[in-house]
Design a binder for this molecule. Structure first.
Ligand code: ZN
Ligand code: ZN
Length: 337
């Protein structure tokens, strides 16, 4: 079978490997759709594990099950989480599932014709797709779950003012989810085309990030933002975010700057204004359940975020589209095309 092996963003090769045979407690799935994630193109984050087969936003069909697997059968349509927390350790019990100390197995990358699902993920990481959810829609389960988690940790509530800095894929999902919660949403980006899209997807106000954002926000709005989501790694956005948050508000690092960059926090100012700084990393089972429900009930529409579908052999082109980012939002790889 064919898999795509990522060495770095310039070197992605299609390689031939034997099709795995599932053991008694494993199953084999055929990948129908797998989304390229913003995190797949972040080299400092991925290089330590390279070469690797990426792809964790996967909709697949079960094609072979081990003889002890009773919960799934051939033909089932599924989403599989890339890893599952143990639900029993200190961190899981306190709700910090993404930092679980006992992650047993990881799902092999989805940019492949087939994926062998390990036992732990057959047990707790596999979700049957609702009948009305397409495979392409299922590629949004994981990214939306991460957004659900970040908004949960920030405590986003109805009628708040939410600012989303960076209107790429994840920024736009934040816009949509905050609108679904009846918030007033302000979106920023340096790319005018993306701002236009953010407006179409529900942002009440869009601001050009090349200009002075805090000044523009103050002019447009009586209050600053209750919650600011940083969905870009740009340092200029971090500096602007500090000045956009209202008293008692929160700044959420959904994306972070390159590890070489030093972030300086105006802590004295934040101290007297009760400003919170929140980080949100990845997602957890309750967020995945919530994301499936949001897509299934069409509370969050995702089809309008898909800008490209490519066969596996064109994956390098797909990565280029996401890296350049001008016109593309979600690019989906379809290994069966
Ligand atoms: Zn992702
Ligand atoms: Zn745990």
């Amino acid at each position: 079978m064919k898999v795509s092996v990522w060495y770095n963003n310039e070197e992605i090769r299609i390689e031939e490997v034997p099709r795995p045979k599932p053991g008694d407690k494993e199953m084999l799935v055929k990948v129908i759709s797998c989304g390229i994630c913003g995190s797949d193109i972040v080299e400092w984050y991925r290089l330590p594990r390279a070469p690797l087969v990426p792809g964790h936003e996967m909709g697949a069909e079960v094609v072979e099950v081990g003889k002890s697997v009773l919960a799934y059968k051939v033909g089932d349509r599924v989403f599989i989480a890339p890893k599952v927390p143990c639900m029993k350790c200190y961190y899981c019990k306190s709700g910090h599932y993404p930092v679980c100390s006992n992650v047993r197995e990881r799902l092999p990358g989805g940019f492949a014709e087939y994926v062998l699902v390990p036992e732990a993920l057959v047990e707790n990481g596999t979700y049957r797709l609702p009948d009305n959810m397409t495979y392409d829609q299922s590629t949004f389960i994981e990214p939306l779950a991460c957004v659900v988690r970040a908004q949960r940790l920030a405590g986003v509530r109805r009628n708040q003012t939410v600012m989303v800095m960076g209107s790429g894929m994840s920024g736009l999902l934040h816009v949509k989810l905050a609108k679904a919660k009846h918030c007033r949403v302000i979106a920023t980006d340096i790319n005018r085309k993306k701002l236009e899209i953010a407006g179409k997807m529900g942002a009440d106000i869009t601001l050009d990030a090349a200009e002075n954002i805090p000044e523009q926000l103050a002019a447009e709005s009586k209050r600053m933002a209750d919650v600011v989501f940083l969905c870009t790694s740009a340092m200029t956005a971090v500096d602007q975010a500090w000045k956009c948050v209202d008293k008692g508000g929160a700044i959420v690092f959904f994306a972070v700057p390159h590890p070489d960059k030093k972030v300086t926090i105006p802590i004295n100012n934040f101290w007297t204004r009760e400003t919170r700084i929140v980080t949100s990393y990845y997602c957890a089972p309750p967020d995945i359940d919530a994301a499936i429900n949001l897509i299934e009930t069409q509370t969050i529409e995702v089809d309008d975020l898909i800008t490209g579908r490519l066969p596996l052999q064109n994956i390098a082109e797909g990565f280029r589209m996401v890296i350049e980012g001008h016109e593309s939002l979600k690019v989906i790889i379809k290994p069966q095309l």
